[in-house]
Ligand binder design. Sequence first.
Ligand SMILES: O=C(O)CCC(=O)C(=O)O
Ligand SMILES: [Fe+2]
Length: 494
Amino acid sequence: MTLPPFPVEDLLIHHPPAFEEEWRELIRKLMFTVVFFVLIAPNFIKAHYAKKTPPKRRDESFDDSFESLSIGNGKVITRTIINGKEQKVVAKQRKAKKNTAAKEKDSEEEDDKKVVEVPGFVFILLNIAFIFTIVTLILKSPNNIDTARRVYVAPLLRPEETASIIQMGHEAAARRADRAKKELALLKLENDDDKNGAAIYDLEKILEWPEGYKKDRHEAYPTTDLNVVVDFSQEDKKFLKKILDARLSPILERVYGVTRDSIRANDIFLVRYDGKGQNKLTVHQDSSHISFNVLLNDEFEGGGTRFHNRYDKTHMDAKPKVGQVLINNAVVHHEGLPTTKGTRYILVGFMNVDVKDPWTRERSDVSVFSTILSIPWLCVGLKQALMFSRISSNRAGNTNQVFSKNFYVNSMLSQSVIRFAEIGDASAPHGIVNLVDEKDTEKFLNTLEEYHQSHPMKGARWYSGQGIYTNLDGSFKSYWKERKQNPDKFREDL
Ligand SMILES: O=C(O)CCC(=O)C(=O)O
Ligand SMILES: [Fe+2]
């Protein structure tokens, strides 16, 4: 895998690992570990025990022995005792000599074999040490240390851009409210509550304060929000995409060591917290690999994002400046702290790293260390497997069954998700890391933009991959009816 150059490396005050070199180093260490534990250590142990074990004394009464007696005419009579029974063989002298030599050799080799007696527990310990070393090397690799539990802070938007995005949200909410009012009026005219009751309930929900915003997305942890793909205008999405391509793609590449063409947003949404409405989000982890969260304004009190460690129960709060983005591995437990006064706006994105492109099914260049050997991403994979397992269990006879309906398989998967998350929390240092000095914000953004203009590159998939589940074979299923109703909204080429 080759990552493109990061044009603002010299503006970083914290340098994430140089992944390609780190991975080569890790492969070298893993190879040395295998050679050491499979070839070197067992031979040392044998040599050690060979010295310690005294040569075995032969049992005189029940042992194989032989003696030769020359009887002239170039012939020899050989008397052999095998397990106490005497056998006599008459043979030509030369042959007999050969027989004698061969038997002496056999008997020496047998002695050698018998001499090295290594107690069984030594090899058990060796195997445990082998597995422990491999696991420790992987756990302490950059994907499980630097990128797993750290929250990175970087500049992303200029103040006027943050204000524009809030305005785009207001306009999108007003469009939704208008539509909802019209549809509601038509449904009410029909005067058929049995048929239209559910639809009327949904439309009235849209018209509740704050008007036009969604209040019931993200089932378990609903936020008051708008989805960029379906609710923003194509023009606004074009504006946003340019920023994300030029600025966020390279930051994500640099921090997570994955190329931008493997990154796919499965949701990008504008969230609002109001002192007198939905003002917080309780502790959760996101359903993706990587999350970003940009603060769009500061006319509020309270707020901020709290990140938790499940293992030692500590936490830390991120209070970014307007326009700064927080990026973190989605598996880190976090919450939106209560906004006590005013309105707090943030733009949030959930992103996946696809090992296979869901459309072409081609393998992306993602290193195995950033996928199954990275605990946070392994957790996401296990969660996905669990979800498939449950989907399969729900629909009897489902031909797409990926995992088992079996209760034990489901329990094992859900336990693994929890335990791996705890191992991740226990093994990696947590922290909030500022990537760029505030005074260099303009320079950082300008340089990224200039580089993007002079080296145009396809960005990540910001819109086309939203609202889908990828299957283990790389194919995908959609879970948003909007995808089918408005395929145009999911286009990347705006
Ligand atoms: O309010 C915040 O800063 C957290 C938002 C969040 O975690 C989410 O929307 O998933
Ligand atoms: Fe979240």
